[in-house]
Design a protein around this ligand. Structure first.
Ligand code: NFA
Length: 101
């Protein structure tokens, strides 16, 4: 019985790409009421009252605060919805996104 001779194959590495995560960032402004910022954070990002207050006050004191780290499309959708919630009330509230390192 002749032996089966296997041809050496180059290894195909099953490379799984991780979905790139993006930060959602809250920017401070001088006009949007604190309580409104907290309400938007709770509603759009599912933060607790406590978490929402901390994020709001950090942005208020330091200028910006990271709200969440999410897949790009989710991050962009939420940032847009949250910004639009402020716009609907005439506030300059602003959320942006940027890719995580
Ligand atoms: N700086 C705003 C105020 O004093 C509150 C605020 C916090 C706005 C965080 C935007 C982001 N009313």
């Amino acid at each position: 019985m002749p032996e089966t001779v296997l041809k050496p194959r180059t290894r195909t590495k099953p490379k799984v790409e991780r979905p790139k995560l993006h930060k959602v960032i809250l920017l401070n402004d001088d006009f949007t009421p604190r309580a409104f910022v907290v309400t938007v954070l709770k509603g759009e990002f599912r933060l607790s009252e406590d978490q929402a207050y901390r994020v709001m006050i950090t942005a208020h004191r330091k200028g910006i605060c990271v709200v969440a780290v999410l897949p790009r499309d989710v991050a962009e959708t939420k940032a847009t919805r949250a910004t639009d919630a402020g716009k609907a009330k005439g506030y300059p509230l602003m959320f942006t996104t940027e890719p995580e390192e």
